[in-house]
Design a protein around this ligand. Sequence first.
Ligand code: PRP
Ligand code: URA
Length: 363
Amino acid sequence: MILAVGCDHAGFVLKAAVTGFLGGRAEVMDCGVSREEEPFDYPDIALKVAREVSEGRANMGVLMCGTGIGMAVTANKIRGVRAAACNDVESARLGKAHNDLNILTLGGRVITPDPVAPSLDTWLSTSFEGGRHLVRINRIAAAEASVLSSDSPESGRVVVFNHPLVQHKISIIRDKNTSVKEFRELVQEIAGLMVYEITRNLPLSEIEVETPVAMTTAWTLAGKKLAVVPVLRAGLGMVDGILQLIPNAKVGHIGLYRDPETLNPVEYYCKLPQDIGERDIFVLDPMLATGGSAAAAISLIRARGGQKVSLVCLIAAPEGIKKVHELHPEVDIFIAALDGRLNDHGYIVPGLGDAGDRLFGTK
Ligand code: PRP
Ligand code: URA
């Protein structure tokens, strides 16, 4: 485990003790400061440590200033960071168990270095409880994602599905040891669960039904026309899970692949239902990375008359959401997880690797 550690002048004495304590338990990444004397602006160090954690170079971080408050306020500006001042043991325990704090902040003017911060020890040895707390953490992630979208009232939504079943299945498909068969089954299941929720406001109309016992009125779908459009290849993996729930939806296909050098989408196929302009359209693609493929797919649909388009993805990077909403601000984006970043090859980190290869066993 790598722990990024940083302080300002007021946390310097504490940092020396904390670094010594951590040395035996983790690899310490010292982000400064290295001298106590000069007043140092804490935001610079807080941002440095927060970025190490957010971008995956450190697993967690510890920040120290006078109270721990300024460090926490600053670190929380960085995507994916959950930081709080925990100068007492119970805050540290609950901060990890319930809030999954990935940065602990301490106050050099609030606690003494001897014995070295018992709250630090507690935070390190406590596990996140998940369950209802994961639901809340995912709400925070959703709020972070929507900050990326335009403020305009016409802007599409970014909805992160935090249902425990979805989150559980997403964790399994992330695992590199999950078999192709299980991966494929789970992608279908997750897509089905997501669309079940997305369609909760479909219009209904009343009908008369004769049961074996009596006549009654009941509800039926009001005949809203739907189309699903998978982006080949990987979007294909989501289609059957959705058609099981909406068997009358029409299916279009858009073939795009990412040029491995430029990461730009290259179109090779497009066949859409003739009446696409009259349908609510769900574009399907498990991965929203740079956003190039999804944005190009939506542009193709629009050029052929498609009006009401939503995007359904399993895992997204902030860059992808931003790109789609820049080019298609009105599109609702539904995702099951928002990850931290892209790597140098345009893959989502932590992501799940190449969705097409994992679905079809091609690597
Ligand atoms: C993957 C994925 C998306 C695209 C996402 O497809 O299925 O379509 O990358 O990346 P982007 O947001 O940066 O455009 P890929 O190009 O690997 O093709 P494949 O599905 O045929 O494997
Ligand atoms: N395409 C994928 O399949 N995975 C990624 O992480 C990015 C693009």
